[in-house]
Write a protein that binds this ligand. Sequence first.
Ligand code: CTP
Length: 413
Amino acid sequence: MGEERTRPGERPRVVLGVAGGIAAYKACELLRRLTESGHDVTVVPTAAALEFVGAPTWAALSGKPVSTDVWTGVHEVPHVRLGQGADLVVVAPATADLLAKAAHGLADDLLTNTLLTARCPVVLAPAMHTEMWEHPATVANVATLRSRGVVVVEPAEGRLTGVDTGKGRLPEPVEIFHLCSDVLAHGAPSPDLAGRRVVVSAGGTRERLDPVRFLGNRSSGRQGYALAQAAAARGAEVTLVAANVTLPDPAGVKVVRVETTGELRDAVLSATTGADAVVMAAAPADFRPVAESDVKIKKAEDGSAPTIELEQNPDILRELAATRAADVVVGFAAETGDAHGSVLDLARAKLARKGCDLLVVNDVSGGAVFGAEENEAVILAADGASVEVPHGTKAALAHVIWDQVASRMTPRS
Ligand code: CTP
């Protein structure tokens, strides 16, 4: 029998594997975030990783001895004990070599032994040059790992070692940290969205009045970001269209930044062409000034206030639904009941008006949702079904929404 996993009240045990790539230095920040948020972290670098960042750094930051081989402390059988006792194994950076070894079950050091003995969720965050990431051998290894339930994060695009740029950068440590927290809380998600392309909008748009002022709203973008992160963890190729959001990019997600409802519409429509699903979690401003002033609007001497003429913005969700831009079209509605009906009556009417497949309804009578970490909702479907999602994290709600979306996608032949 393996070593017992963490019991309630104990700190979750994380094994942080570090393979030999220049991005090894970024793992120091991931380690710091994990330890400072109460995780018991054992660092297992490969011998090549120690060429980039030395063992004293890992030992000092984790407060634990560090070894790379299976010959240190043999009486404690570290090559099986670490994997068996872990609640999560995360490898950042994972090199092409490490992915190949993990896919084929090779075990010639402590990290690869740990990957073979781990029965907990495993997250691999690759970093390498674009050519290596796109090589058929790496593509096949990643597919094998994902088919076994390993979460392999899509690398980011940008500056690589030397003068090169392209896909292959390690996502930022904070992004990997949030993904690890999500996987620790909810387990490794099944890769049921692998091969699917999805679009999520998030945040609140701003309509410029003059060079310093805008009309905006209080949307933080948290629910949209949670949706994008959850879809990426389930294997989807995700485009996140973010309007004025200050949160860190979710790992493995393509982020397109916009400001106005017009820009949001253009970015969402262009990303949605041929997509399997689109989720409009953004709060677009419904109105914009007819004219934007080139100069700052001044106060009048006589104390009068300016009159600002507004015109309606396009309804993006309605357009997506009317054109069947994606297989499954999802909207959000923040509602308060009024004299015309209850929250659910109004939401049912909105679902019909917008013509989308699913509407995620938040009751905001208390004004509680904006910026909060948690949420509760009812998901209404055009086919008459409804799912109540009890109070919980926005990540938990995101996974229920994707469950509903996945069950309505056209099956792959
Ligand atoms: N939405 C959109 N385009 C707009 C306004 C809203 O795509 N111009 C989307 C939102 O992203 C959300 C859904 O429509 O998914 C519902 O937003 P809401 O503001 O509740 O809808 P409205 O049509 O503005 O309804 P209301 O008149 O109740 O404000």
